[in-house]
Design a binder for this molecule. Sequence first.
Ligand code: NAP
Length: 228
Amino acid sequence: MKALLTCVLMLISAGSIAIADTIAVIGTGQVGSALGPEFAAQGHDIVYGSRNPDSQKVKDLIAKTPGNAAAKLPKDAATGADIVVLAVPGLMVEEIVRGLGDLSGKIIIDPTNPLTGDWSTEIGHGVSTSNGRIIQDAAPDAFVVKAFSTLNWRQMIEPGGDISIPLVGDSAEAKEKVAEIVSAMDLHPIDVGDIDNARWVEGMTVLLLNNRIAGRPHFELHLRVVNE
Ligand SMILES: NC(=O)c1ccc[n+]([C@@H]2O[C@H](COP(=O)([O-])OP(=O)(O)OC[C@H]3O[C@@H](n4cnc5c(N)ncnc54)[C@H](OP(=O)(O)O)[C@@H]3O)[C@@H](O)[C@H]2O)c1
């Protein structure tokens, strides 16, 4: 028994074993339905936080999620989680985060964009700071990491090539943890600073979506790191 424990500890310290976390995925729309199964495939335990956890839509999502996924009301899902993913409407994040209870010590993954405007003509960025900053202020003792906000939900499931995922957040350890999750999805994490840089990351989404709306090239982000 002692030998087995020693072996496991050695493997963990060598980085060979990813520790499974309980991840609450709040919201069961396009992004929640893409990320939940992807995170579960990495061995994490998924609890969906839905306003209607007993709905057929959520049951179907649980059925396509590897492992023993479950669904609860958002606050109940967040309570038992190590990591909380906010796959929710971008202009509602403050209200939704405040409804999740005490998030102290948890990592919050923020894929949201506070988009305004008309999707047939032009969209805009609808807050004076950023959703990353708003979420961090609403949960000051949590570790917010903005990630996935620049990526279409389809490429969350199948990247189809090299795609960068900019990460912003004030905690280096939280960013490192999220970077591991991102890398395991065959995406390329890149640290682009603290949470106040969320405004510029969200701006990249506005840029790429407006390019698409205007009929200019539809692109994904692929940032080449230069070692100088
Ligand atoms: N779609 C994309 O490709 C994409 C890509 C990158 C980032 N994002 C961002 O990710 C976030 C989620 O996008 P999404 O496309 O997944 O949105 P969505 O399909 O509309 O899903 C949002 C989910 O949020 C939950 N929710 C909680 N409170 C809500 C409320 N008051 N009204 C409506 N829904 C509520 C709902 O789940 P329940 O019904 O289970 O409560 C809903 O299914 C947005 O901020 C978006 O900007 C989207």
